[in-house]
Design a protein around this ligand. Structure first.
Ligand SMILES: NC(=O)c1ccc[n+]([C@@H]2O[C@H](COP(=O)([O-])OP(=O)(O)OC[C@H]3O[C@@H](n4cnc5c(N)ncnc54)[C@H](OP(=O)(O)O)[C@@H]3O)[C@@H](O)[C@H]2O)c1
Length: 246
């Protein structure tokens, strides 16, 4: 551990983009709390990998974020294990279509709960510790927070809410805590989705003509954490230029 070692909590950090953020930030010397809901094996394998490289540098924290009562324990895990919390990354998210005529209350609760409500309550409980360390918050949003994706009105609305929460909290928590958002375009296809996206149709709409990679998200997140002390309240797209085409 060095003077610049930070403690970073990543929600939904066991797999995919969250996992890459954990590996990149751990590689930069930070301690990592990998929050997960159901991916216990993936979370403990990831934490084992990081601790093998640097002992006592990573832990897991389980919580279904639909239950906001378990959020304080997730924050406490970071503070108890590493003595501090410097960064909260709100990455956990559910994502699936909800054509409005088929909307059910459980879908609303799940999509708004994971993408907007839980991030707000995570900040509520983390703010004191982030203030103590002069820390920062990064919310992972979506380019479709600005331009809706067909048949995803609730997901897009929840991510639009998370963008506004980013700006509102950047204002309210300054100057102690910086708050920014990273807005991915097409990075990884959904893991569990019955709809097979027409890859070639999507690629046609991306000026750089390719998908992004989890590393593209992770490197911007690392920059915002370690090298951007004068950046707050911003939403930065990592989308190969897609947002200029829609
Ligand atoms: N993939 C893309 O191309 C893309 C594009 C635009 C935006 N994004 C955004 O980037 C972020 C990461 O994307 P991703 O594709 O890597 O995400 P993902 O695999 O779809 O989901 C990440 C994790 O969220 C967790 N999660 C979902 N609901 C939860 C709940 N109720 N409580 C606790 N955890 C919950 C799950 O944890 P468990 O597995 O432990 O259950 C899951 O592994 C998300 O915010 C997503 O919206 C991604």
């Amino acid at each position: 551990m060095t003077a610049s070692t930070k403690t970073v909590l990543i929600t939904g950090g066991a797999k995919r983009i969250g996992r890459q953020m954990a590996l990149t930030l751990h590689g930069a010397g930070h301690n990592i709390v990998v929050h997960y809901r159901s991916s216990a094996n993936a979370a403990s394998t990831l934490v084992g990998e990081m601790n093998a490289k640097r002992p006592e540098s990573a832990v897991t924290a389980q919580c279904d974020l639909m239950d906001i009562d378990c959020i304080p324990a997730v924050i406490d895990t970071a503070v108890q294990c590493f003595g501090r919390l410097d960064v909260l990354i709100n990455n956990a998210s559910s994502f699936y279509p909800t054509p409005i005529e088929l909307l059910e209350i459980d879908f609303w609760n799940d999509l708004v709960g994971s993408n907007l409500k839980a991030p707000a309550f995570l900040v509520k409980h983390a703010a004191k510790h982030l203030r103590d360390t002069g820390g920062s918050i990064i919310n992972i949003v979506d380019i479709h927070a600005k331009n809706p994706m067909a048949d995803h009105p609730i997901y897009c609305s929840a991510k639009a809410g998370l963008e506004m929460l980013t700006k509102a909290l950047a204002r309210d928590l300054a100057p102690a805590i910086r708050v920014n958002a990273v807005s991915p375009g097409a990075i990884l296809w959904p893991e569990h989705n019955s709809i097979t996206p027409e890859k070639s149709e999507i690629l046609k709409k991306i000026p750089l003509q390719r998908m992004g990679a989890p590393e593209d998200i992770a490197s911007l997140v690392q920059f915002l954490i370690d090298q951007a002390p004068y950046i707050t309240g911003q939403v930065i797209a990592v989308d190969g230029g897609r947002s200029v085409m829609i």
